[in-house]
Design a protein. Structure first.
Length: 401
């Protein structure tokens, strides 16, 4: 017999009597996408399963990385596109196809924005591309963040979910101009989800060829995210925090600047602060955010880590004005136990104010989607992705009407 439990605020899940994170998702929204999901979704009636991921994300992450490498698909074809940015930089976008799979007629292309440290060649990116291609989608485009794609950089900027430092507007303009008759769906995980959401708040996203988006594991409240940096005892978050601080240092100091142009990094950043910096320490957080990332966007005049994060995520003020700017239908997947993106009780009420958004909330599932061969949640979340892409495609006229 299934049990009922309230996990936070007034939100309760029907769960397994022993495995409390083994439950059906809850669906929240107020518009057409929500109503269509409630009416047509099959995935919302299925329990996620008791996978290890829901109880020990650190162990799950280490195991799945090994399995991802073992089972990584090898029969993918890559074509690289170099997209010119307004500031003179270039972003590498990889077009991925499978010659042995015949695309299903009428399906859109997928543009996928990865998590912070990933590129189009990392095992997880290859597995997700293979997943979409085997489902019949014609092409998957993976956006490589600046500094992480081994593409010569002509400016000191990094890809960030921050206005003009978000490369998605230029990338989508390029892809749609190249294939104007195709339809497109954006997808994003973690940092990539933040870039997708920030792009959708911009007028540049108002394109008829763009059907909508699906994101998972996104940051809702940057204030809580920053607080986690300093206070979290979760071993997975602490390991990940050290990794992405190191990633920013490597990209910012070593890869993003090009000697042939004025080196903004050398001019604005005190490199001595980063020598032998212990990225596991709390002191490193402010050093990286304010000593490096704030300097990477000098024309924004961002003085503090709090304001940097506030500018880079859709929710940072009391009236949630940025989330309200999203005009495209977006399915948003979130887990209440996400150690990286802290759940906020305001999330449900805030997101339901915008009728274009539909929230899938899980009792368990952690931060990322791990290999389906071990963790049931991953196979489930992929079904949710497929179902929502099909929904956006079939019901586009109703959703935009």
């Amino acid at each position: 017999m299934w049990c009922r439990a309230v996990r936070t605020g007034n939100i309760g899940f029907d769960h397994h009597p022993i495995f409390t994170k083994w439950a059906k998702p809850l669906i929240f929204g107020s518009g057409d996408l929500y109503r269509l999901t409630v009416r047509e979704s099959l995935a919302r009636h299925i329990e996620t399963g008791p996978g290890l991921l829901a109880y020990n994300e650190l162990a799950a992450s280490l195991i799945s990385k090994k399995l991802d490498k073992i089972h990584m698909p090898r029969n993918l074809t890559y074509t690289r596109h170099l997209v010119d940015m307004a500031d003179g930089g270039r972003v590498a976008v990889d077009e991925i196809t499978r010659p042995d799979v015949v695309p299903a007629p009428g399906l859109p292309n997928i543009v996928y924005c990865t998590t912070l440290a990933a590129t189009s060649y990392t095992p997880r990116s290859r597995m997700w591309s293979d997943f979409f291609l085997r489902a019949g989608f014609p092409r998957v485009y993976i956006v490589n963040r600046r500094g992480a794609s081994k593409v010569p950089q002509y400016s000191a900027g990094l890809t960030m979910p921050l206005g003009k430092y978000n490369d998605l507007p230029a990338v989508m303009d390029y892809l749609i101009a190249k294939q104007p008759r195709d339809q497109w769906v954006l997808a994003g995980n973690c940092y990539g989800a933040n870039c997708v959401l920030e792009y959708l708040t911009q007028p540049a996203s108002d394109k008829p060829q763009l059907l909508g988006a699906i994101v998972d594991s996104f940051q809702f409240d940057s204030r809580k995210f920053l607080k986690l940096h300093y206070d979290s005892k979760n071993p997975y978050f602490r390991m990940a925090k050290a990794a992405f601080l190191s990633n920013f240092i490597e990209e910012g100091l070593n890869r993003a600047a090009n000697e042939r142009v004025d080196d903004e990094i050398s001019r604005l950043v005190d490199r001595s602060k980063f020598r032998n910096l212990d990225v596991r320490s709390n002191a490193a957080i402010r050093t990286v955010y304010e000593g490096l990332l704030c300097k990477m966007s000098p024309d924004y005049n961002i003085p503090t880590q709090e304001e940097l994060l506030a500018r880079g995520y859709p929710y940072y003020d009391d009236d949630h004005k940025n989330f309200m700017r999203i005009k495209k239908p977006v399915a948003m997947i979130y887990s209440q136990d996400d150690p990286m993106c802290a759940f906020d009780d305001k999330m449900v009420g805030t997101l339901t104010e915008n009728p274009n958004l539909c929230l899938w909330l899980f009792a368990g599932g952690g931060h990322v989607s791990h290999t389906r061969r071990v963790f049931p949640y991953t196979n489930f979340i992929r079904n949710v992705y497929l179902e929502n892409v099909a929904l956006l495609l079939r019901k586009q006229a109703e959703l935009v009407g």
